[in-house]
Design a protein around this ligand. Structure first.
Ligand SMILES: Cc1cc2nc3c(=O)[nH]c(=O)nc-3n(C[C@H](O)[C@H](O)[C@H](O)COP(=O)(O)O)c2cc1C
Length: 366
């Protein structure tokens, strides 16, 4: 898989999730394997240029976190250009431009999904960025503002003409938010509109089969996964294996999920310090526990932890409590096993399935 001058080991991408795709999470996903390129949370171009510590924390990286794309948002061409130059000088592999964010604060100043409505202005802004750096510049968009304004195919083509190296497209409109079904035909129209750059499909992919369907039905060249990776950081490894071999790997055992959970906390503490790291981890841990089977006892307590020692107490108590749901071999009894996850665009049979939720917090506005 190539994005401009960048060669990637896989055609699977981690989507930006503001508040979630920080350095510890990216390291967790990369350690498990299968991901080709990770993207940071969106970063305000002006804040970077003003050297705001929060913006620099968002782009903090390590050699093990390569290759890394930083997602910029902003609507002032000179700021976007200068921020891209700054990122290149920091060793960032790729700059992505946010054109999908529906948050009013971002759109009101002409950024995020407002960019999709102003094709010429957007193309001019992007040209300025592409001309200023050697690293690839990519764009991430939704299908359009609403069903009456499906602008992604035209915009993708216009951006290709000004030198964008790839297009990421979430198969929903801005008006749709996270509701309804991901529109694979809409993504396909974008893949068909460009001449040669890769289009990467995005939205609701939670299983290897869904990643495969995204590729085959839309003709896109890669798949970008956001929430599905948060619920299941093994998704890239498993999807990659399935795409290569047609075989499904078994779900990671409970002990492996717990190991990665603890590793994630250690990285949070290393990177954000014990107090902030533990506080931030309160919204991370319940994502892992969605695949634990019964976990009320864990979820109730983990949202109160402030130290690593407290977390390990909570975990130990939970492991004891969870024993009541195990059979004689130490496996969860079948009736307590978590439901399989399903993508909105996969044919659902009659088996009960777990739908992908939109995480709480800043997410309500995405
Ligand atoms: C909590 C949250 C934060 C998000 N933050 C960003 C962001 O910073 N930039 C962006 O382009 N998209 C953002 N998105 C959209 C995702 O990148 C992705 O397009 C969307 O969630 C659909 O993919 P998924 O179903 O695999 O999660 C966010 C979505 C969520 C749920």
């Amino acid at each position: 898989m190539r994005i401009g001058s960048l060669t990637l080991a896989s055609n699977l991408f981690l989507s930006p999730l503001a508040g979630y795709t920080n350095l510890p999470f990216r390291l967790v996903v990369r350690e498990i394997g299968g991901v080709g390129l990770c993207t940071t949370d969106l970063v305000n171009a002006r804040s970077l240029l003003e050297k705001r510590p929060k913006a620099f924390k968002l782009i903090e990286s390590r050699p093990a976190d390569q290759p890394l794309a930083v997602q910029l948002f902003g609507s002032v061409p000179e700021e976007m250009r200068d921020a891209a130059v700054l990122l290149e000088s920091q060793g960032v592999a790729c700059v992505d431009i946010n054109m999908g964010c529906p948050v009013r604060k971002v759109c009101n100043v002409g950024g995020g999904s407002a960019m999709m409505a102003e094709l010429h202005k957007t193309a001019a802004l992007v040209r300025g960025m592409v001309n200023a750096v050697k690293i690839p510049v990519t764009a991430k968009m939704r299908l359009g503002w609403d069903d009456q304004n499906i602008t992604a195919p035209d915009l993708a083509r216009a951006l290709e003409d000004v030198g964008v190296a790839a297009i990421f497209v979430h198969g929903r409109t801005r008006e749709q938010g996270f509701g309804g079904t991901v529109n694979l035909a809409g993504i396909r129209a974008v893949a068909q509109a460009v001449k040669s750059i890769p289009v990467i499909g995005n939205g609701d992919v939670t299983t290897p089969q869904a990643a495969n369907k995204m590729l085959t039905v839309t003709g896109c060249r890669g798949v970008s996964i956001g929430r599905g990776a948060f619920y299941n950081p093994w998704i890239f490894q498993h999807a990659r294996h399935f795409l290569k071999s047609g075989e499904l790997l078994p779900e990671p055992p409970f002990e492996e999920r717990v190991r990665v959970l603890c590793r994630h906390l250690d990285l949070m503490i290393e990177i954000f310090g014990e107090e902030l790291g533990c506080r931030m981890f309160r919204k991370v841990a319940p994502m892992y526990s969605r695949r634990f089977g019964p976990a009320s006892e864990f979820n109730k307590r983990v949202v109160l932890v402030s130290t690593k020692a407290q977390f390990h107490d909570v975990l130990e108590n939970y492991l004891n409590w969870r024993r009541q749901f195990l059979d004689e071999r130490g496996e969860l009894q079948p009736r307590f096993r978590p439901l399989p996850m399903v993508a909105s665009f996969m044919q659902a049979d009659d088996t009960p399935q777990q739908e992908i939720a939109v995480p709480k917090g800043p997410v309500e506005v995405w």
